[in-house]
Design a protein around this ligand. Structure first.
Ligand SMILES: Nc1ncnc2c1ncn2[C@@H]1O[C@H](COP(=O)(O)OP(=O)(O)OP(=O)(O)O)[C@@H](O)[C@H]1O
Length: 589
């Protein structure tokens, strides 16, 4: 299934589950089937054990052997084994199907939600985290859904039925057989004292510190080496590990005796010892037949299983809970509302009216922007770093909605425009270019999938990237990331070719600074002059030539427009723009 199909399917699916219980509610039927099948399988699984017990008693007792009875027991044990195999396999099969359905449901809901969240939400960091949520976190529910219910049911049903059976033989020895379980349960509160819990928290925090200092060290290794800070960064990592050694010793010293005690009382030799001592005492005092010791030896060993299963089940539950929490965070991102009745724009004049915007509520990045972009004009946005240029231009392709005010295209608020119409009308080329892992030709023709190769080549020529593409191993058929590794500037030119081919009447461009190479500069200048025509163009300009070519310059400072006008007029005015430009030129010398 493709991402689009998943998204479409997800649109029709139910809203996100409110909790783990909400997650499982639609699957109650399958879940019940898993449990019932497992209970039958587990009970049937006792038959071979009981058959061994019964055989022992029949064969060891004095007197003639009842052959019919013995064979009946053998057959009953074998049937039980077969039933167990069939039913546990069926339970596991249904469990895995249920798991598949739950995971698919999650991925559909995630795809549907991701298709509707603001584009601006997808920062590079978020994209990395998202890959983990959609992949690892969704898969992390597998043990909890597919394995834990069956294992837990089996772990409780088998001892319960065994206990009932043992009680019918001898209640005193049954109570003695339970001693290891009682001891283990008595040790649990010792693991939960405030001191133990604090030590556990310190342990987790210490592990976190080691992980983050290791990541910091590895991620910054190039900078650290270049600036000779290797010793310092390495020291932080070493301090974290040294501190952790103390924490670990304290944690281990506190927990080890209890964990060892727990392991000891649950171990088969200890269980056998208790049963044999108790059994011998009862047999020697004449209260128990020697053959009756056999069921306690065989079944007693299985009584400690629930304690271990509880531990595993609890771990699975915690891991699933954490993963579902992260999945919910993504499902809770507010989507960009789509208009119920989209309105068609009249022309492609762009207008920003009283636009205010902040990424969070305490910090406003744009503070009341009024701006008109007429068709057939190029408007250049300039301003110091952090003044809000990128934020401003990203409002045009609706990466975000303004907090106040509105952005209008052809007289229609972007919120009333259907997203397909919007992306048909507005093309953008930003610095943070992401190409798809497909052929160069497909990357260029993204907005026009049926474009013929001639059109793709024409766009590539205009974007000054055609010759470079021909140098790639398979030309336009080279796959990005496989047989084509492109530089930042080259990727931006591919993205420019994509925008040129899309032929949208509004173009938003962020002139590259990070990868300003002569080819890219020339491509962008060429595109601006070739494209101009009737288009509405907004460009974040970093070079004087681009600014000089523009019809209007808008100078931003601290989120407000502080000057606007024709470039020559602004320079002549000798105001803020002229001063900014002067210092900018000095810097770039
Ligand atoms: N995704 C984001 N989340 C939170 N804050 C952001 C985000 N993007 C930008 N900002 C903040 O918004 C302010 C304006 O940033 P913006 O990138 O729009 O400025 P700019 O003028 O384009 O800067 P530059 O020329 O350095 O690219 C800055 O304070 C920046 O830290």
């Amino acid at each position: 299934m493709t991402v689009t199909e998943l998204a479409e399917a997800g649109e029709q699916s139910t809203p996100p589950p409110a909790s783990m219980a909400g997650l499982l509610r639609p699957h109650v039927g399958a879940f019940t089937a898993v449990v019932i099948l497992q209970v039958i399988g587990a009970v049937a699984g006792l038959a071979p054990l009981l058959a061994v017990v019964e055989l022992g008693r029949a064969l060891l007792s004095s007197g003639p052997i009842d052959h019919g009875h013995v064979w009946g027991v053998v057959i009953a044990g074998s049937v039980g084994l077969f039933v167990r195999l069939v039913f546990t396999a069926a339970s596991s099969g249904v469990g895995h199907l249920l798991d598949g359905r739950v995971q698919l449901g999650f991925r559909r809901q995630l795809a549907a939600r991701l298709g509707r969240v603001p584009i601006g939400w997808f920062s590079r960091r978020r994209t990395g985290e998202l890959a983990k949520v959609v992949g690892e976190d969704v898969s992390a529910v597998h043990p909890f859904i597919a394995h834990a219910p069956g294992e837990l049911v089996a772990a409780f049903v088998v001892p319960l039925v065994s206990l009932i059976y043992l009680f019918t033989i001898d209640w005193r020895l049954t109570l003695i057989t339970l001693i290891p379980v009682v001891l283990a349960v008595a040790l649990v509160p010792l693991m939960m004292t405030p001191t133990r819990l604090r030590e556990q928290e310190d342990f987790d925090a210490g592990m976190g510190r080691i992980a983050s200092s290791a990541i910091e060290f590895v991620q910054g290794i190039a900078v650290v080496k270049a600036y000779g800070g290797g010793g310092r960064a390495h020291r932080r990592f070493r301090t974290a590990t040294d501190e952790f050694a103390d924490t670990f010793l304290r944690w281990a010293r506190g927990l080890s005796p209890i964990a060892a005690g727990m392991q000891l009382v649950l171990s088969p030799p200890f269980v056998l010892l208790v049963v044999l001592i108790g059994g011998t005492a009862l047999i020697t005092t004449g209260g128990l037949a020697a053959t009756d010791l056999l069921p306690f030896v065989l079944l007693g060993l299985g009584l400690t299983a629930p304690v271990a299963a509880l531990g595993h089940g609890f771990d699975d539950l915690q891991a699933a809970r954490r993963a579902i929490g992260r999945i919910r965070d993504v499902l809770d991102v507010r989507p960009l509302p789509e208009p119920a009745h989209p309105i068609a724009p009249q022309g492609h004049r762009v207008e920003l009216r009283e636009v205010r915007f902040g990424y969070d509520t305490d910090h406003e990045v744009l503070r009341g922007i009024d701006l008109v972009l007429e068709p057939g004009t190029v408007t250049a946005v300039v301003g110091p770093s952090g003044s809000g240029k990128s934020t401003l231009v990203q409002l045009l392709p609706r990466f975000f909605d303004p907090t106040h005010g509105s952005v209008l295209l052809g007289g229609v608020d972007l919120r009333d425009l259907g997203s397909e119409e919007l992306y048909r009308t507005v093309s953008f080329v930003f610095q943070d270019v992401r190409l798809l892992r497909t052929t160069v030709a497909d990357n260029i023709a993204l907005a026009v999938p049926h474009a013929d190769l001639d059109d793709v080549i024409r766009a590539a020529r205009l974007a000054n990237i055609h010759d470079r593409i021909l140098e790639l191993p398979r030309g336009y058929e080279s796959v990005i990331g496989e047989d084509a590794a492109l530089s930042g500037g080259e990727a931006q030119r591919i993205s420019l070719a994509r925008a040129l081919l899309a032929d949208a009447p509004v173009l938003v461009l962020d002139e590259a600074t990070a990868f300003a190479d002569p080819h890219t500069e020339q491509a962008i200048r060429g595109a601006l002059t070739t494209l101009a025509g009737d288009r509405t163009i907004l460009v974040i300009a970093h070079r004087l030539e681009t600014v000089a070519d523009a019809d209007t310059v808008v100078m931003l400072d601290n989120g407000s427009i502080v000057e606007r006008g024709k470039p020559a007029d602004l320079l002549a005015r000798n105001g803020k723009f002229a001063a900014f430009w002067q210092s900018h030129r000095m810097e770039s010398r």
